[in-house]
Design a protein around this ligand. Structure first.
Ligand SMILES: NC(=O)c1ccc[n+]([C@@H]2O[C@H](COP(=O)([O-])OP(=O)(O)OC[C@H]3O[C@@H](n4cnc5c(N)ncnc54)[C@H](O)[C@@H]3O)[C@@H](O)[C@H]2O)c1
Length: 276
């Protein structure tokens, strides 16, 4: 059901790869809520993913770009303003990748070229995106910029590896840039810290099934789905959240405030039966 929360708003959505992607769900919801926007992803993702299907469905143009390249980000911003007929009101950064995770390099045996790439793709691209947008004056006053994070930025989670460092940096960029963009243009910058979710990036973390089971048992409201995350993104893009900025907002069913739950304790006790 549409609430017309984004009626008249224009945006740019980075990172929809296939229908499991969080950005894909955000695009569907943004369309339902009345927004017009462009979609962007890397040329390789366009070849292997199914973004053209989404573009047809939500009537959006696709602008290929590698988010680590400033000139390509400039193209995304300039083309988006041309296509949409003016500055945008919202931008979603839904981008992450770690070759160290993919290649199972442990945190005490990182490949430093991969590490550099992880930081560039998963965190610094957010700064580049914000800086390019500001220099081109591509976002309307009271606009909203969001990136997706994970609790590994604050707490150590087995196997999340160098992505934890990237997420910590991503959240810091939201605060540092959020101050400047808020002060000068009333533009808000936030991160959403989402539950583990089965997507292409999510499945890159080995053992995600066990992690999902654990966080489900630990969270009083259960894990948040990609669709629920998209709903939250819409609220943060809308005028209903105009004074929220420089925040990392947990969208995780309560997981981040838990230490131990009845459901997790019950499961854990099963393993300890007869072990005293
Ligand atoms: N899935 C989870 O469990 C989970 C939990 C918390 C946060 N997140 C975050 O949500 C965001 C979206 O991930 P997802 O789970 O929807 O997975 P996804 O694999 O669908 O999305 C990741 C996207 O990043 C894009 N990307 C990679 N390198 C890029 C580059 N150089 N330039 C532009 N785009 C590039 C990929 O093409 C892909 O579309 C990521 O930031 C991820 O860390 C995911």
């Amino acid at each position: 059901m549409s609430h017309h929360l984004l009626k008249g708003k224009k945006g740019i959505i980075f990172g929809a790869l296939d229908e499991k992607s969080i950005a894909w769900k955000v695009a569907e919801k943004a369309h339902e809520e009345g927004a017009v926007f462009t979609l962007t992803n890397t040329p390789i993702a366009l070849r292997f993913g199914t973004l053209t299907e989404l573009a047809k469905k939500v009537n959006a143009e696709i602008i290929p770009a590698d988010a680590t390249k400033v000139d390509e980000l400039e193209t995304v911003m300039n083309r988006s303003m041309e296509i949409l007929g003016g500055k945008v009101d919202f931008v979603l950064h839904s981008i992450a990748m770690s070759m160290n995770v993919r290649k199972s390099r442990t945190y005490d045996d990182l490949d430093y070229n991969y590490y550099h790439q992880t930081i560039d793709i998963s965190a610094m691209s957010f700064h580049k995106m914000l800086q390019v947008a500001k220099k081109l004056d591509a976002i309307n006053n009271w606009g909203s910029v969001l990136a997706l994070s994970y609790i590994a930025a604050q707490r150590t989670l087995y196997r999340y590896n160098d992505m934890a460092d990237a997420k910590a940096m991503l959240e810091s960029i939201a605060r540092s840039f959020g101050y400047i963009y808020g002060r000068e243009k009333q533009i808000r910058v936030n991160t959403i810290s989402q539950s583990p979710t089965i997507t292409t990036a999510g499945s890159g973390v080995k053992g995600i099934d066990a992690l999902l089971d654990f966080t489900e048992r630990m969270s009083p409201l259960g894990n948040a789905t990609a669709e629920e995350c998209a709903n939250f993104c819409i609220v943060l893009f809308s005028d209903l959240s105009r004074k929220i900025t420089m925040q990392n907002l947990f969208h995780d069913g309560g997981f981040s405030s838990m230490g131990m739950s009845l459901k997790a304790m019950t499961q854990y006790n099963k393993c300890l039966d007869g072990d005293d």
